[in-house]
Design a protein around this ligand. Structure first.
Ligand code: SF4
Ligand code: MG
Length: 283
């Protein structure tokens, strides 16, 4: 309904971005209804890539960031207005390559933002170059002979960096994806969902994922324990043929960066004035 903007959609037919768009729309609508969050309190940020167009396609407050730089913009927005639910839609090339430093430090600080990675394991918008999560041997535009590197396991990187909520979804399991979105947005602190996204044009892994991906059952991983999460995350390394667990691997409560910052300035009018001055100058 009203949450889909009239902008013309240019994604390829069969692209997994459609599932992410529609499930985020439903997640926002349901959270607004169930939790009483006004629609104008949701802010979406996009990076650069096919995924970034989502900022145009959903009718909520949104911002296009430069390549890999949606995270610093998101943390600034959250810092300035604690009422907002700040959601970064990013690409695997966008955030695990160009923006990796920002991602790691947002996780380290436990910044209260949600990061949704449209992980199609290829640069789609620029027609098929390899990314940090492309598997060994991937043949793309820039690597016709196949790449010789191993992919990174982004969930393992996030766990090591200090992320307090880590999950994986798949664009062909839409209801599951919506539940993951809602859970991550409501998490206090830094949350990341790596979404295995079908790129219909440059890297279509539908058959592979349909065969190997499965939804974790209750109790299959102890989401409060680092070692348990790590073990489950290592079940699949984004390379060798193995079963691919979907769901939440890790979710713990830790002090939130923006709240610590607020506490630091509370009852200190001179500090608050200084922060306000910096924000005003930045505007
Ligand atoms: Fe989707 Fe791939 Fe087409 Fe981009 S190139 S719109 S990711 S199918
Ligand atoms: Mg990509």
């Amino acid at each position: 309904g009203g949450l889909i903007s009239p902008a013309q959609n240019t994604w390829c037919p069969g692209c997994g971005n459609f599932s992410i768009q529609h499930m985020m729309k439903s997640a926002i609508a349901e959270l607004s209804e169930e939790e009483g969050i006004p629609l104008e309190n949701f802010v979406l940020l996009g990076g650069i890539g096919c995924h970034g167009k989502l900022a145009d396609y959903l009718n909520v407050n949104s911002l296009y960031a430069i390549h890999g730089r949606s995270i610093p913009a998101a943390t600034g927005i959250r810092l300035a207005n604690p009422d907002l639910k700040v959601i970064c839609h990013v690409g695997d090339g966008d955030i695990y390559a160009e923006g990796l430093d920002h991602l790691i430090f947002a996780a380290k600080r436990n910044s209260d933002i949600t990061v949704i990675v449209h992980d199609n394991r290829v640069y789609g918008l620029t027609t098929g170059q390899y990314t940090p999560t492309s598997p060994t041997g991937f043949k793309g535009r820039s690597t016709p002979g196949g790449i010789t590197e191993h992919p990174i396991n982004p969930l393992e990187v996030m766990l090591a960096a200090g992320a307090t909520h880590i999950a994986r979804g798949y664009t062909k399991k839409v209801r599951h994806l919506k539940d993951l979105f809602k859970e991550a947005v409501m998490h206090r602190g830094f949350s990341l969902i790596d979404v295995l996204q079908i790129c219909a044009t440059y890297f279509n892994l539908t058959d592979y994922y349909n065969e190997h991906a499965y939804e974790m059952q209750e109790g299959e991983v102890d989401t409060g324990r680092f070692e348990s999460a790590l073990g489950k995350i290592r079940e699949w390394d984004y390379d060798r043929e193995a079963s691919i667990p979907l769901g939440t691997f890790y979710s713990v409560e830790k002090p939130v960066y923006e709240e610590k910052f607020q506490a630091l300035t509370a009852g200190r009018p001179e500090r608050r004035a200084l922060v306000r001055k910096v924000i005003e100058e930045w505007r």
